[in-house]
Design a protein around this ligand. Structure first.
Ligand SMILES: C[S@@+](CC[C@H](N)C(=O)[O-])C[C@H]1O[C@@H](n2cnc3c(N)ncnc32)[C@H](O)[C@@H]1O
Length: 330
C-alpha cells in the first residue's frame, strides 16, 4: 500500500467504531432481530428517520447487518454477540470502548504534559453504574480468553484456585465449570464482588466458587495456600515497582509445585509490538498513574525473582494478550 492509502485508512478508523458504539448505545441491534425499516426503527426508538437510515446503511456497508427491500436485518449468527441477553454478548464491552473514546480525544494534551487524563480506578470507585458496566465488560471479554488459556494450560490436577482481582470471576467460573473438582476464590474489592456474586449464581456454581473481599495492596493473599493463582489484567494498572511487588505476593500464595498464571497486555522488548499491546500501552498511560503494558521479559524477571520456574509464555491472538505461566519450586 502507498503511504497515502495507509494514512487514509488509519484516519478513517474512528468512523466505523463510532457507528458500532452508537448503534449499541441506542439498542438498535435489538430492533433488527426481525427485519424492520428505518422508519419503524426510528419511530420505536424515537430517532430521526433519515439519520437512522444513514446509520443503518453504514452498518450494511460494514457487513454487520443486511438490507433487502428497504428492510434491515441482523443476521442470526450475530444475535448472540450484539443483542441484549445474548450468550456471547459484547454489549458491555462496546459500551466500555465508548466510555474511553473521549479520552483518546485528549491525546495531544496528554503527550504535551504526560499528565493522566482520567483515573480509571477513581472513575469506577465513584460511580457504581460505571463500575458495574466495567465489570460486566470484563466478563464479555474474559469468556473467550478463559477457554483459549484453558486449552493451553493443563490445570486439571489443581484443586484450589485464587483469582486475584478477579472482577466478575469469569476465569474462576469457566475453569470450575470445566474442572468439577476445582474450588476457586475470587478476590476483589467488595463493590466489584457484588457483580461477581450475580455471575456465580447465574452459573449455579455457589458450591465451587466463593468470593473474598480485600485490597491486594494491603491484604495478605495467603502463604502456600493455592494450587493455582491467576492474575489476569491487573499488572498494567501499575508501575514496575508495584508490578514486581504484586507478582511476588501472588507467587507466595502458590503452594510449592503449584502454578501461577499472569495474563494481560505485554509488549516486546522494543515496546513497538504487538500492535494491540503497543496502543494499549499508550491508552493506559492516560488512565492509570504509572500504568504500562510491561514488556514480557520484565514480567518473566518478576516471576523468576519470586521463585517461579518452568516459565512458559504464549499469546492468545483472538483476545489479544500474552500469558506467562510457571511453577513455584520452593
Ligand atoms: C481490568 S480488571 C480485570 C478483571 C479480571 N481479572 C479479568 O481479567 O477479567 C482489574 C480488577 O482489579 C480489581 N482491583 C483493582 N485494584 C484492586 C485492589 N487494590 N484490590 C483488589 N482488587 C483490585 C478491580 O476491581 C478489577 O476488578
Amino acid at each position: 500500500m502507498e503511504m497515502d492509502e495507509v494514512i487514509g485508512k488509519i484516519l478513517h478508523g474512528y468512523r466505523p467504531a463510532c457507528v458500532v458504539m452508537t448503534a449499541n448505545e441506542l439498542k438498535l441491534f435489538d430492533q433488527i432481530k426481525q427485519p424492520a425499516t428505518a422508519k419503524q426503527i426510528a419511530e420505536t426508538l424515537n430517532l430521526h428517520r433519515e439519520a437512522t437510515e444513514r446509520l443503518l446503511n453504514s452498518l450494511v456497508a460494514m457487513e454487520i447487518i443486511t438490507k433487502k427491500n428497504q428492510t434491515y436485518h441482523l443476521p442470526e449468527s450475530a444475535h448472540d454477540y450484539l443483542t441484549s441477553g445474548g450468550s456471547r454478548s459484547l454489549q458491555q464491552w462496546i459500551q466500555l470502548a465508548a466510555e474511553f473514546y473521549p479520552v483518546w480525544g485528549q491525546l495531544s494534551p496528554f503527550i504535551k504534559s504526560g499528565v493522566l487524563i482520567k483515573s480509571v480506578m477513581e472513575m469506577l470507585g465513584s460511580d457504581p453504574h460505571k463500575m458495574k458496566t466495567f465489570t460486566n465488560a470484563m466478563h464479555d471479554k474474559a469468556r473467550k480468553a478463559t477457554w483459549l488459556i484453558a486449552r493451553e494450560i493443563p490445570i486439571g490436577e489443581a484443586k484450589t484456585m485464587l483469582d486475584v482481582g478477579g472482577g466478575p470471576g469469569t476465569y474462576a467460573l469457566e475453569w470450575c465449570k470445566l474442572h468439577r473438582h476445582l474450588k476457586a476464590t475470587v478476590f476483589d474489592i467488595a463493590s466489584v464482588l457484588s457483580v461477581a456474586k450475580n455471575y456465580i449464581e447465574a452459573y449455579g456454581l455457589q458450591g465451587q466458587v466463593d468470593t473474598r473481599p480485600g485490597d491486594f495492596h494491603t491484604d495478605d493473599l495467603g502463604d502456600s495456600r493455592y494450587d493455582l493463582v491467576l492474575m489476569a489484567n491487573i499488572l498494567h494498572m501499575y508501575d514496575a515497582e508495584m508490578g514486581r511487588a504484586l507478582v511476588s505476593k501472588a507467587a507466595k500464595a502458590v503452594k510449592p509445585g503449584g502454578r501461577i498464571i499472569v495474563h494481560g497486555f505485554c509488549t516486546d522488548e522494543n515496546q513497538t509490538s504487538p500492535f494491540e499491546d503497543t496502543l494499549f500501552n499508550l491508552n493506559i498511560a492516560m488512565l492509570s498513574e504509572g500504568g504500562r503494558a510491561h514488556p514480557i521479559k520484565e514480567k518473566i524477571n518478576w516471576l523468576e525473582g519470586a521463585g517461579i520456574s518452568d516459565i512458559r509464555h504464549f499469546r492468545i491472538e483472538a483476545v489479544p494478550t500474552g500469558v506467562i505461566t510457571g511453577r513455584r519450586h520452593h
